[in-house]
Design a protein around this ligand. Structure first.
Ligand code: COA
Length: 225
C-alpha cells in the first residue's frame, strides 16, 4: 500500500514537472529516479529534460561558496555528471534554451559556471580527470548579434560548442568563450580569456587573449614545493 502511494506521488510529481527527470546511477548498479540530490538544487521550467548523475559523487558546500545549482528553463536538455571521488562545489549551470547537452567526465574536481542561455543544440563536454579553480565561466554564445553592415549577415554565430579534453587544469577566474577546444593534459593560467580552439596537447595556455606560453608539460594535484 505504502509503495503504491509512493509511486502515485512520484508519477504526479513527474506530471507536474513536465517529464523532467533526475536519474541516479547508484554504485550497486541500480538506476533510480529521484526528485532531488543531496547538495545539488535542480530546477526545471521546460519539458523533457534529464539530469543524469553517477555515484559516487559529492556536491559540497564550501564556506562562502554557493550551493551547486542546475537551472533549466528550456526543453529536451541533457546534463550528465559522471562519478567522482573528488568533490564538486558551486557548480552553476543555467540553460534557458533547448536541446543542449552538457557532459562532465569522471573524477571531476572543482567548481564552475556554465551558461547555455542563448542557444539551442549546443554541446559542451568536459573530459575525465579535470580540475577547475574558482570562478570559471563558460560562455557558449554571445547573446547579442554582430552583423556585417553590407549584407546584414550575423557574423558571431557559434560554430560549435566547447570541448575540454581529459586531464585539464583550469585555474581561477578563467573565461572560456564560444568555439573553444582545450586539448588534453593542458593548463589554463589564472584570469585568462580563451577565445579559440587549441590543438596541441600538454601546453600551458594563458593570457588575454590566451596563447600557448609553454609546451611539453603536464600537471598533477601535488603542491608545489
Ligand atoms: C598557468 C601557471 C600555472 C603557469 O605557471 P608557470 O609554468 O610557472 O609559468 P611562468 O610563470 O613561467 O610563465 C610562463 C609565461 O606565461 C606567462 N603567464 C603565466 N601565467 C599567466 C597568466 N595567468 N596570464 C597571462 N600570462 C601568464 C608568463 O608571463 C610567462 O610569459 P613570458 O614567457 O613571456 O615571460 C600560473 O601562471 C597560474 O596561472 N597558476 C594558477 C594559480 C591559481 O589560480 N591557483 C589556484 C588553484 S586552481
Amino acid at each position: 500500500m505504502f509503495g503504491y502511494i509512493k509511486h502515485l506521488l512520484f508519477c504526479l510529481c513527474r506530471w507536474y514537472r513536465n517529464d523532467n527527470r533526475i536519474i541516479l546511477h547508484k554504485q550497486n548498479g541500480k538506476i533510480i529516479e529521484c526528485l532531488r540530490y543531496s547538495g545539488l538544487t535542480v530546477s526545471f521550467k521546460g519539458k523533457n529534460s534529464i539530469v543524469e548523475i553517477f555515484e559516487p559523487i559529492k556536491f559540497e558546500r564550501r564556506l562562502l561558496a554557493n550551493r551547486s545549482k542546475i537551472k533549466i528553463s528550456g526543453d529536451n536538455n541533457y546534463i550528465c555528471i559522471n562519478s567522482t571521488n573528488r568533490s564538486i562545489h558551486n557548480l552553476q549551470v543555467r540553460g534557458m534554451c533547448s536541446n543542449n547537452k552538457l557532459i562532465i567526465g569522471k573524477n571531476f574536481y572543482g567548481m564552475c559556471s556554465i551558461d547555455f542561455c542563448w542557444l539551442d543544440n549546443m554541446v559542451m563536454r568536459i573530459g575525465d580527470d579535470c580540475m577547475f579553480g574558482q570562478d570559471i565561466k563558460f560562455m557558449l554564445g554571445d547573446h547579442h548579434s554582430i552583423y556585417n553592415l553590407a549584407t546584414k549577415e550575423c557574423i558571431n554565430i557559434p560554430r560549435k560548442g566547447i570541448d575540454i579534453g581529459n586531464h585539464v587544469w583550469i585555474a581561477r577566474n578563467v573565461r572560456i568563450m564560444k568555439n573553444v577546444t582545450i586539448p588534453c593534459n593542458s593548463v589554463v593560467g589564472a584570469e585568462s580569456v580563451v577565445t579559440k580552439e587549441f590543438k596541441e596537447q600538454n601546453c600551458v595556455i594563458a593570457g588575454n587573449p590566451a596563447k600557448i606560453v609553454k609546451t611539453n608539460i603536464s600537471w598533477d594535484y601535488a603542491n608545489t614545493k
